[in-house]
Ligand binder design. Structure first.
Ligand SMILES: NC(=O)C1=CN([C@@H]2O[C@H](COP(=O)(O)OP(=O)(O)OC[C@H]3O[C@@H](n4cnc5c(N)ncnc54)[C@H](OP(=O)(O)O)[C@@H]3O)[C@@H](O)[C@H]2O)[C@@H](O)CC1
Ligand SMILES: Nc1ncnc2c1ncn2[C@@H]1O[C@H](COP(=O)(O)OP(=O)(O)O)[C@@H](O)[C@H]1O
Length: 503
């Protein structure tokens, strides 16, 4: 408890310094429920009061943790018991305290809550949210362990939640902090190291970091030639959507040893205009991308798609996107990576007899992605503001009860990435990465999910680089990818004593 409470206290101190330039004299409201989460809030409140912070502690339970209450005694923190107050009085107390606050700490409930908050806790959280939103200068919200009331295991939002700017979480990032829709309420997630040994657990959800991606990325060696680095075959584009072919091949060309393009003459000319390095026509490849810019009623293009699927599935990794998704055989290996957006996933699930709308997928993206994995055996990358990747669970490793593995939840992009053709760029990045690690993926198919998550991270970072906070087009994202990979692979600058580079 001491480590957790201290981490919360320090997060608040940091927020106060950033906002007010100091700590003493800052105004902090701590919402406290029953249990250990509330206890962490109480100890943090006591520590803040000792630093000269003006602290209001609003308790939503009649029985806040005794040790924490004792720590407050004798200090300057003001305790306001809301559980015993009349509802109108309680709501006024919340509004009066939260409106002028610099920081609000949400220590109402932790991982023990299922199905959303109830009673006083729910009312107080809803009122706090309203007061935060109405404040002329909204306070910084710090959540303890999780924003109270989120679905800790599945990322659901079953009721009122106070969205946090920072979540100080204990030991390990809980799945609900990473998974949509709740992930948007978590803000920046700071994991407090409690010294737990987590190496033998398969996490339900995970997020790759830059360092993970650097480890996964194939780097050419002195003995390499273009074929050994991996050749990517791309079946993309059509007379209707030639641009998708340009976008997918432009993203892939700098990353792969070679890109072979298969598509109509018109699109091929555009591809060569943009990327003369691309080789037109089929040949031996180490991975395929099939489907970007292929309409699902385009008979001629679907013939190329089916040929590539017949040649590639089970032999090399295959990215199956857009129009190719409905051309997929019933069962495939995890080395096939499906890359639908929510609308495409809804259509796929419906085609397999599970009538599903886009809204259904958006309401439960993790469940929908897991269902698609169970139906097909494929790895599924569901595109969105948070992109999810999940494959079948590894043999001999305990996973979810439906036979699916860890869900990677990558939120590395920017909302400016919601633009036509961005998905075609992602398909190119992922295809090139799979071509570079083709033999490893075929030897160990669960690797496909980690690589797909890595591609999503690089794609998101490239979007941020291209955007620099403003608008972008998909081709800008493709152009930013090599620089992002270079930055990820650059060895960290280590400074020696005195800040100088070691000699
Ligand atoms: N430069 C290129 O070459 C590009 C090529 N691209 C390629 O295009 C192909 C099709 O992919 P896609 O995802 O766009 O189509 P798809 O999943 O069928 O969704 C259609 C759904 O959208 C909806 N909808 C349409 N307009 C709407 C509106 N204004 N406002 C709201 N909703 C609207 C429409 O809904 P409805 O109008 O039916 O209600 C329907 O449900 C694919 O091969 C891709 O690779 C793209 O990457 C783009 C760049
Ligand atoms: N709000 C958002 N924030 C971040 N990334 C987004 C957002 N909306 C979409 N994206 C990303 O943009 C891409 C859109 O892909 P897709 O829907 O297939 O578009 P298209 O078919 O036009 O290429 C995906 O990689 C998705 O993850």
């Amino acid at each position: 408890m001491a480590t957790a409470a201290r981490a919360v206290e320090l997060a608040v101190v940091h927020a106060l310094r950033e906002r007010t330039g100091g700590v003493a004299g800052g105004r902090v409201v701590v919402l406290v429920g029953a249990g250990n989460n509330g206890g962490d809030g109480l100890y943090a409140a006591a520590g803040l009061a000792r630093r000269g912070v003006g602290v209001h502690v609003l308790t939503t339970s009649e029985h806040p943790q005794a040790g924490g209450l004792a720590a407050l005694r004798g200090g300057t923190a003001r305790l306001v018991p809301l559980a015993q107050a009349w509802p109108a009085q309680a709501l006024r107390a919340v509004a009066d305290a939260v409106g002028p606050a610099d920081v609000v700490v949400d220590a109402v409930a932790g991982t023990g809550v299922t199905g959303g908050l109830r009673g006083v806790a729910a009312t107080v959280v809803a009122a706090t949210r309203e007061a935060v939103e109405a404040a002329p200068r909204p306070p910084v919200v710090v959540a303890v362990d999780v924003p109270s009331g989120i679905g800790v295991d599945d990322g659901a939002l079953p009721g009122d939640v106070l969205p946090a700017d920072v979540t100080v979480t204990m030991g390990v990032a809980k799945p609900g902090l990473l998974l949509p829709p709740a992930t948007v309420c978590a803000g920046r997630v700071e994991v407090v190291d409690l010294g737990l040994d987590l190496t033998r657990r398969t996490p339900a959800a995970a997020r790759l970091t830059d360092a993970d991606v650097a480890d996964l990325w194939p780097v050419p060696h002195r003995e390499d030639h273009k074929y050994s680095r991996g050749v990517l075959g791309v079946v993309a584009g059509s007379d209707r959507y030639p641009g998708a072919a340009v976008l997918a091949t432009s993203a892939a060309a700098p990353l792969a040893g070679m890109v072979r393009y298969v598509g109509p003459d018109g699109a091929a000319r555009h591809v060569l205009d943009a990327r003369p390095e691309v080789v037109v026509g089929s040949g031996r490849v180490q991975a395929w991308v099939v489907g970007p810019g292929v309409g699902d009623d385009d008979t001629a293009r679907l013939r190329d798609v089916r040929r590539a699927l017949a040649e590639g599935l089970g032999t090399v990794p295959v990215v199956v996107d857009a129009g190719a998704l409905l051309a997929l055989p019933e069962r495939v290996a995890p080395t096939a990576v499906l890359t639908p957006h929510a609308g495409e996933l809804a259509r796929l699930l419906s085609a397999w007899g599970r009538s599903t709308s886009r809204a259904d997928v958006e309401a439960d993206p993790v469940g929908a992605a897991r269902r698609a994995v169970s139906f097909t055996g494929a790895t599924v990358l569901l595109k969105g503001a948070t992109t999810l990747v999940v494959g079948p669970s590894e043999e001999g490793v305990a996973g979810s009860s439906d036979g699916t593995g860890t869900v990677y939840a990558q939120a590395d992009g920017t909302d400016w990435l919601a633009t036509a053709g961005a998905g075609d760029v992602l398909a190119g990045v992922l295809g090139a990465l799979l071509a570079g690690r083709s033999a490893d993926v075929m030897a160990h198919p669960p690797l496909a999910a980690r690589l797909a998550a890595a591609a999503a991270l690089v794609h998101g970072r490239a979007a941020r680089a291209a955007s620099a906070g403003g608008p972008l087009v998909a081709l800008d994202v493709a152009r930013a990818v090599p620089g992002v990979v270079a930055t990820l692979l650059a060895p960290p600058l280590r400074t020696g004593p005195g800040g100088r580079m070691p000699g």
